[in-house]
Design a protein around this ligand. Structure first.
Ligand code: SIN
Length: 188
């Protein structure tokens, strides 16, 4: 599959006719909301876990030297915490462009921290996308992140801002925090 997903995402008609749609963010969408939203609520999705297994050619790396950014992978029993945004359908033009490097919209049940749930969308980069890098140890991921940068800035900034945002929401993500610890040793 091509790593530019804009056309595939634009063709997704699941929420056509809706005045607003819930979007679940688990990576940079937690700490960088560069779009208008009606409401924002801490939330989670079940059966998925966050992993720095996706390559970034356009934000935190380049096609020649991709960075490593977050995607989610299926894991029975896992809970992935993040932030849900209620947006109007018009926002998806910008979001599809922002997430174009391999991420596809997927319909998913979003559970709000305060209770209740809604069906909404999440952007997921699956292993069949051309930018997918796959599993590596957290130490290797940190070493990769330490030396990558792209148009949106240093790759380390993505990891550190995500770790900080999760901590501020009171969530412990051992994968993210282990990479953060290795990164601290590499970037004193
Ligand atoms: C997300 O944050 O939900 C998707 C991945 C990213 O943009 O970092």
């Amino acid at each position: 599959m091509s790593h530019n997903t804009i056309e595939i995402n634009r063709a997704m008609d699941k929420f056509d006719g809706h005045h607003s749609v819930w979007l679940f963010g688990y990576g940079s969408l937690i700490y960088k909301a560069d779009f208008p939203f009606i409401e924002r609520r801490p939330a989670s999705i079940e059966g998925w876990t966050r992993r720095f297994w996706q390559g970034s050619h356009d934000h935190r790396g380049t096609p020649e030297a991709p960075g490593r950014v977050a995607t989610i992978v299926p894991q029975p029993g896992a809970v992935c915490h993040g932030m849900a945004y209620l947006v109007t359908p018009e926002e998806f033009a910008h979001l599809d462009h922002r997430e174009k490097n391999g991420y596809l919209r997927l319909a998913i049940d979003i559970h709000f921290d305060g209770g209740g749930s809604e069906e909404g969308l999440v952007y997921i980069a699956k292993e069949d996308n051309a930018a997918f890098l796959g599993a590596a140890s957290e130490e290797e991921i940190a070493a990769h992140i330490a030396q990558a940068a792209g148009p949106s800035g240093p790759n380390a900034e993505y990891l550190l801002q995500l770790a900080e945002a999760l901590r501020a929401m009171g969530h412990h993500d051992e994968h993210v925090f282990a990479i953060e610890r290795h990164l601290a040793r590499l970037r004193p």
